[in-house]
Design a protein around this ligand. Sequence first.
Ligand SMILES: C/C(NCc1cnc(C)nc1N)=C(/S)[C@H](O)COP(=O)(O)OP(=O)(O)O
Ligand SMILES: [Mg+2]
Length: 563
Amino acid sequence: STMTVGTYLAQRLVEIGIKNHFVVPGDYNLRLLDFLEYYPGLSEIGCCNELNCAFAAEGYARSNGIACAVVTYSVGALTAFDGIGGAYAENLPVILVSGSPNTNDLSSGHLLHHTLGTHDFEYQMEIAKKLTCAAVAIKRAEDAPVMIDHAIRQAILQHKPVYIEIPTNMANQPCPVPGPISAVISPEISDKESLEKATDIAAELISKKEKPILLAGPKLRAAGAESAFVKLAEALNCAAFIMPAAKGFYSEEHKNYAGVYWGEVSSSETTKAVYESSDLVIGAGVLFNDYSTVGWRAAPNPNILLNSDYTSVSIPGYVFSRVYMAEFLELLAKKVSKKPATLEAYNKARPQTVVPKAAEPKAALNRVEVMRQIQGLVDSNTTLYAETGDSWFNGLQMKLPAGAKFEVEMQWGHIGWSVPSAMGYAVAAPERRTIVMVGDGSFQLTGQEISQMIRHKLPVLIFLLNNRGYTIEIQIHDGPYNRIQNWDFAAFCESLNGETGKAKGLHAKTGEELTSAIKVALQNKEGPTLIECAIDTDDCTQELVDWGKAVASANARPPTADN
Ligand SMILES: C/C(NCc1cnc(C)nc1N)=C(/S)[C@H](O)COP(=O)(O)OP(=O)(O)O
Ligand SMILES: [Mg+2]
């Protein structure tokens, strides 16, 4: 048969639903890239560097469910690892494939390029094991099928990145043909007895409570439990909240939606008050870290927290393993009765949506006016990307109509993630309109990935919030390090056009300039449009100011005797 290791990998990628893989070539992976590119139904997207390549793959996974990045050994993989750590933190199944040295060189005493110049050819695999849920290095072609299937299946089951290392002389080696893809993709189900017991115990506990509430967490989508969450909200008819990193996973138009709970920077006083009045928090994929608890000030009371993670459920006094979130929420919905107290309390003081009025058209542009105009663009076909920065707080305040999607990276929080990730997302979902809100500081890390939006004619709309520096860091703790060289970001964007590109870069210094820039952007279907919005350095959300103070004091806690 003509089956080779390279073709085997290509076939598996297509069988799990990948149409595009993200690459940076290097002589350790060139032959492998041939097999992937030549395989029907699979085509490569080249990236400017391996960090952007990994971020583009995680963006593709946010839309497509799973993704693949292919890089060269050591000099490529080591920067890709930064994006792979992000995929791990954000529960995104990215398959990182790295070329590696010719097998004849490994125990030959040879020294190789791109390596540390030693005989250690294991350091990359050792790092990969830390950042993925499965890491395999193919040394013999006959082992390739089992190793590739194992790695891909673990990515699917655990919703985490995996690592596959393929030597430069391996891709063209004959290997056995793949078996049915069901061996790789068939889902695992909950242990029946544990599922029954967990839902009985949970239902019993809920029946004794006056004010249970629901809290959607960032792992809700990874667990595929969004619709089960809605079912439980309707069965309980209680108030249902989202954590900031879960925005977009539960419709804000749903009758039980009660806002973003984020301690003192929650979406409204009512949201905060009703959430904090509850006597049982039923979490679905929640994750409480220093940022999502506002410097630990909004940390949950473990005695009233019941949380279902994607493969286990914890109830005060109990833990059940191999109970999958969607099945747990779905069955629990059948075993509970109505507990409407918190929804009634919320509805009694339901916050009114304040629609800011248009700013004076010729007045200097400010943050509220920018957000008012972006809000006007968000519809059911929009995916809004919010980069780390005040864009988090601005993004969280955006109203999402049913169908609108929201992408944020609040666990990894790597500035520069949004542009490459949004490029990967747009490759996966060309039918949606992808809008990015990114600050000047973040853009300077990875903005050159606009290149691929130009090359593949992806009409991504980028709002570049230029407040002349690192405003989040200024609000946490200021110093000279929070200032940066100002760029002409609009000119930078158009400089990437070369002879053929159709990107547009526009400046907006007033409300009317922003309005006309948006009109131009919406007509540009042939490529990305960047609108550079000039706002003052201290023109940030009050939430950022309050949150920044809380995070700063948490960071400043002196060492204690026992740590
Ligand atoms: C420098 C840093 N974080 C530290 C940091 C440094 N390096 C990486 C990779 N990730 C990080 N989050 C952050 S949040 C800047 O304020 C971002 O600035 P910008 O993009 O301009 O947004 P704002 O002005 O709204 O803050
Ligand atoms: Mg900034």
